[in-house]
Unconditional design. Structure first.
Ligand SMILES: Cc1cc2nc3c(=O)[nH]c(=O)nc-3n(C[C@H](O)[C@H](O)[C@H](O)COP(=O)(O)O)c2cc1C
Length: 230
């Protein structure tokens, strides 16, 4: 009788623990897949001669209150860091030792058919990944054109891989040079699309880093606006 009671108690305990574990398993949230947006294919022929884009590029800070289209956004991102040779992974902009330390984030405040938010450009597959929801331009600085631009591109640099090959100071210097190449690509592509913008180094990274959850190794470098003429 005594032995039977022990068996019953142990069985009951096993059932209770089992149910508890099952419930805990159920309650565990599944790792959320990132929200990704596939971008359309880039135009590699264009309509405006390169010389005309060079002759007419100007820093402009007054914008129309009008959206940028998804094809325009796609084209600008391709110009910034699009992969042009899938076999090697080489991109539209050159990169020191082909290490590609730069990342491009889009502050999309007013883009047709795209929810306002901050997105990270993924060159592999030419797509966007949502990083933060809503219009976040206020986090990108206090210059008036930052607040009114429908799109801001933020170029960041993570030089961890490059530093392992050439040392930290040189890796950072070279990433800054590379950011200049990317920035000019974006600016000339804007001209070719009939858009305007300005490159900006005058911003405060204090709000940007936590918003984008940037690791210590990744620093904001340059912001470029994109807009229609006001
Ligand atoms: C490294 C760098 C940083 C810049 N930072 C800012 C900035 O923070 N705000 C701004 O309005 N323009 C900025 N500019 C744009 C310059 O003011 C502009 O290029 C210059 O006045 C020449 O005019 P242009 O671009 O129309 O030829 C920057 C340009 C460079 C190259």
């Amino acid at each position: 009788m005594y032995r039977l009671a022990i068996v019953l108690v142990l069985t009951l305990a096993a059932v209770v623990v089992g149910c508890h574990l099952y419930a805990a398993d159920e309650a565990k949230p599944a790792a959320a897949a990132p929200v990704t947006i596939q971008l359309g294919p880039p135009d590699t022929s264009g309509k405006m001669p390169l010389e005309q884009t060079l002759a007419t590029r100007r820093s402009v800070r007054k914008y129309a209150n009008a959206p940028i289209s998804m094809p325009q956004l796609s084209q600008l991102l391709w110009a910034a860091q699009g992969i042009t040779d899938p076999a090697t992974g080489h991109r539209t902009a050159p990169s020191a030792m082909g290490t590609y330390p730069l990342h491009i984030y889009v502050f999309a405040a007013n883009v047709s058919d795209l929810a306002a938010g901050v997105y990270k450009y993924i060159p592999q597959g030419h797509k966007l990944e949502l990083v933060a929801e809503g219009n976040q331009n206020v986090s990108a600085g206090t210059q008036p054109q930052v607040r009114t631009a429908p799109v801001l591109f933020l170029v960041t640099a993570d030089t961890t891989a490059t530093a392992a090959r050439m040392g930290a100071p040189k890796a950072r210097d070279w990433a800054m040079l590379e950011a200049g190449c990317v920035t000019e690509n974006i600016l000339l592509q804007e001209v070719s699309l009939g858009l305007i913008g300005v490159p900006m180094a005058g911003y405060d990274p204090v709000k940007i880093k936590p918003l984008l959850k940037l690791p210590d190794s990744e620093e904001p470098v340059f912001i470029i606006s994109a807009a229609r003429r006001g």
